[in-house]
Design a protein around this ligand. Structure first.
Ligand code: GUN
Length: 293
């Protein structure tokens, strides 16, 4: 029976450290870290995420400034808001909630964010810095997944990691992070032939493909560590709905040595890492060393 990797507990511990650092910044330097969250439109899932981010930021001593814009907002209006936030000294981090409405050019918007305030790590400068192993902003979900892996396994050197999914938000940055931590990394995706065979030799499986319960326990190497990034809502036989990951949890739990649950696994770590990135951005902008504990 696999150990359950408790993302919720790990996120709480990280938030305690963030709160301590935020209190230190305020007491010693009179600085309160500020996070601007921009939401365009009415997407219900995005509204829930944004509310959670704001609430948890406040709990950690970070000011959260929400900008809710109408679905019909033009590229120009959104770019003007970002230019203002880039210039605002009380804003240390900027997050534009994705997905944006179809008429908005998302790539252009992400590029407009000052890369030192890009707490999502999606700006091309940060993507490049991560790929050469230099100091930038690391996307929150891959960073949270890495922290969970390190907490469970310690050193990751020499492990074979298979990532399923090649998105800019998870798969690609996860590849760079695991490579930096000396894993041998395979990236599988929707066109991979014989996924089952590819996964068979993985010591670490990171599932971020968005297909409910795709990966079966019988595909896993016994003792594999499974990080399930998927969040999919499915209908049950009773006609209700429930959240499931990209891994078939009930069969995987008998084969893996450790697995993240959905919900309560990677999800809480993503928000905690967003707050952590906000703190890092604030410290770098003011040239202040982070507390280590
Ligand atoms: N939408 C889903 N995940 C994310 C994320 O990590 N960052 C942003 N900005 N939008 C998202």
């Amino acid at each position: 029976m696999a150990k359950i990797i408790e993302g919720k507990r790990c996120a709480s511990n990280l938030k305690i450290k963030i709160t301590r650092q935020a209190n230190y910044l305020q007491e010693k330097h009179g600085i309160i870290p500020g996070l601007a969250v921009v939401l365009v439109g009415q997407d219900p899932a995005s509204q829930v995420y944004v509310r959670n981010k704001g609430k948890q930021a406040k709990e950690c001593g970070i000011t959260s400034i929400e900008h809710k814009l109408d679905t019909n907002t033009s590229d120009q209006e959104l770019l003007e808001l970002i230019a203002k936030l880039n210039q605002d000294p009380v804003v240390n981090g900027i997050l534009v909630q994705l997905p944006l409405p179809n008429h908005i050019d998302s790539a252009k918007v992400l590029k407009a964010i000052d890369s030192t305030k890009d707490v999502d790590g999606f700006h091309p400068v940060n993507v490049g810095l991560l790929s050469i192993g230099d100091k930038g902003m690391i996307p929150c979900t891959p960073l949270g997944s890495l922290m969970l892996l390190q907490e469970h396994l310690g050193d990751l050197s020499g492990k074979h990691a298979v990532i399923i999914g090649r998105s800019n938000i998870v798969g690609k940055p996860m590849f760079n992070l695991l490579l930096q931590h000396n894993c041998t990394v395979t990236v599988a995706h929707s066109r991979t032939c014989n996924l089952e065979y590819t996964i068979q030799s993985a010591d670490i499986v990171v599932a971020a493909v968005g297909v409910p319960q795709l990966i079966k326990g019988s595909w896993l190497k016994p003792g594999a560590v499974v990080i399930d990034v998927g969040i999919n809502r499915i209908k049950t036989a009773l006609g209700t709905t429930k959240l499931v990951g990209d891994v078939d949890f009930d069969s995987a739990i008998d084969i893996a040595s450790a697995i993240t649950p959905v919900p309560g696994g990677v999800g809480p770590m993503t928000i905690a890492c967003l707050l952590y990135n906000t703190l890092i951005a604030t410290c770098r902008q003011h040239q202040i060393e982070m507390l280590t504990t």
